[in-house]
Design a protein around this ligand. Structure first.
Ligand SMILES: *Cc1c(COP(=O)(O)O)cnc(C)c1O
Length: 427
């Protein structure tokens, strides 16, 4: 069994840089070779040796309906038979845009891309083009994809690998990005005071997921809205994870705050490569071809991703009242895990926002990147491996979120709790 997976990774490393096509998949933070996957269905994922795991990664968020949902797969297959890309508009794109615009009213006009990275990158370019200013503010531990300007003090794989800024990002570009502590509105006030008239945008994960889950506190987002409105700075909510994760809409719709621009991805592609940028009509109209800020994509809005997304959102719309069910499962799981850790005497702090959560190996509280980094990552790595042995696939980094899907059953939750008890015995 171990031979097969070692073999897969060894072979991959001979032809793929680092053996993976996205860094966190290499399991560098938890040690050992990553498992190679053969298939997944519902809440379960299977490695090439045929072992079954309950999946809490869900492709890093997108698979909220569970893997290989029959109606989504049907939509993909039916679409594929009519051709996979035309480089010309289709009516399905309009339908998807209408559905998103109805669910997230601040997205008056939108533009589809093939990844969240492109959506965030375009949001920054658009904010710069619209305001005629160059500087931006982001927050430590937030991740907005891998565009140059956004890789300063970033979360996700960048945090996992401990890279403060990436080599290859020119200093003159990085200098235009101010990275501030999350949840620290005083730091924002100070920066706006110093650079106000040069600031094009503030971009934020309204609930951070890429330093582990960290919720906004003390009216952080409302205050950001106030400051940006006052100084003519474009406020960008990066809802690539949070969009349609907690409700049929954005986190912004739950809290009643309208950003100027919103980035979406992950869930809205139903497991296919996708991103969406949208927002105020006046700003969005500065995008080419109606305006002069350029953005394009050969496969943007391609029929496969659009129809997978459309099927996913239609199913989610029909289930809009059931989001409470997955919240409840997540809550039940987190309370049980917390109890197990307490009994065992291992400091643990679980941050949970609805159906997404992170178990930090420390007493907490965790409310920003420096506090997240206080976690015992060695202990986390051992726990992760222990859970894998028990058939539970958690996010392979302390600085990532875990997710529950509509396919997770109560039996999955119960099984996971016993698995955790077993894993803790060996910790
Ligand atoms: C995943 C993610 C992105 C990047 O999306 P990709 O599709 O991986 O390019 C951007 N922002 C946030 C908040 C994300 O979680």
């Amino acid at each position: 069994m171990t031979e097969i997976k070692t073999n897969s990774f060894t072979q991959a490393r001979q032809v793929i840089a680092g053996g993976v096509n996205s860094p966190v998949r290499a399991w560098q933070a938890v040690g050992g070779d990553p498992l190679f996957v053969s298939q997944a269905r519902g809440s379960k994922i299977y490695d090439v040796a045929g072992r079954e795991y309950i999946d809490y990664v869900l492709s890093w968020g997108p698979m909220i309906l569970g893997h290989a949902h029959p109606e989504v797969i049907d939509a993909i297959c039916c679409t594929a038979r009519r051709g996979t890309s035309f480089g010309a508009p289709t009516e399905a794109e309009t339908q998807l845009a209408q559905l998103i615009g109805k669910a997230i009213p601040s997205m008056e006009l939108l533009r589809m891309t093939s990844s969240g990275t492109e959506a965030a990158m375009t949001a920054i370019r658009l904010a710069r083009g619209y305001t005629g200013r160059n500087m931006i503010i982001k927050f430590d531990g937030c991740y907005h994809g891998h565009a140059d300007s956004l890789l300063v003090q970033a979360g996700s794989g960048v945090a996992t690998l401990g890279i403060p800024g990436s080599p290859g990002v020119p200093e003159c570009l990085a200098e235009l990005t101010i990275s501030l502590p999350y949840n620290n509105i005083d730091a924002v006030h100070d920066a706006v005071e110093s650079y106000g008239s040069e600031l094009a945008a503030i971009i934020v994960e309204p609930v951070a997921g890429n330093m582990g889950v960290v919720e906004p506190q003390n009216g952080f987002l409302a205050k950001l809205r106030e400051i940006t409105a006052k100084h003519g700075i474009v406020l960008i909510f990066d809802e690539v994870i949070t969009g349609f994760r907690f409700n049929f809409g954005g986190y912004q719709d739950l809290i009643g705050i309208k950003p100027d621009l919103t980035c979406l991805g992950k869930i809205i592609g139903g497991g296919l490569p996708v991103g969406v940028l949208g927002g105020k009509k006046e700003i969005m109209e500065t995008l080419a071809p109606s305006g002069k800020v350029y953005q394009a994509g050969t496969l943007s809005g391609n029929p496969l991703a659009v129809n997978a997304g459309l099927a996913t959102l239609q199913l989610l719309q029909a289930k809009a009242d059931s989001y409470a069910d997955i919240d409840k499962q997540a809550k039940q799981l987190c309370i049980a895990l917390e109890k197990l850790f307490l009994t065992k005497g291992i400091p643990a702090c679980i941050n949970r926002c609805h159906s997404m959560f992170t178990l930090f190996f420390q007493a907490g509280p965790v409310n920003d990147f420096p506090s997240a980094k206080k976690s015992d990552t060695n202990l986390f790595a051992r726990f992760f491996q222990g859970m894998i042995k028990e058939g539970i696939w958690l996010a392979p980094s302390q600085f990532e979120a875990n997710f529950i899907s509509f396919a997770h059953t109560d039996a999955d939750i119960t099984f996971t709790i016993s698995a955790c008890a077993a894993a803790l015995k060996h910790l």
